[in-house]
Design a protein around this ligand. Sequence first.
Ligand SMILES: [Cu+2]
Length: 143
Amino acid sequence: METAAPTPARTAPTDHHAPRSRRRRAGRRAVAAVALAAAGVLVAACSSSASAGHAAGTSAGPTITISNFAYHPATLTVHPGAHVTVTNTDKVAHTLTARSGMFDTGLIQPGQSVTIIAPSADGTYPYFCSVHQYMSGTLVVAG
Ligand SMILES: [Cu+2]
């Protein structure tokens, strides 16, 4: 039950978004709040749109794949300190273990990958699988 008459002199609203209807102040304030909220969303969207596109961890570096109880390639040449990703595609676990002990993936479960770091000194590093010791390969480090 409204007793107050509408605003006496219906002067033009001062805000930019001139409400078409004759709403009372509360209504107008709500409209303003919504407008502010929308502006805030826009600002947030703008500031969060700058996302750096870093690639995920897996590198495009040298890789050795274990399949059918063998290393592929059987001999791989890499730079000193290279990160070498070893992927086991067999259905049993394998390792890639340097005979010198300088690197060792530990058990690589089926379908998993482990990254080793090549020695920093040039040389030829034979390795084998500690589970199936007849499996062997060679990592050659050459700067
Ligand atoms: Cu094995």
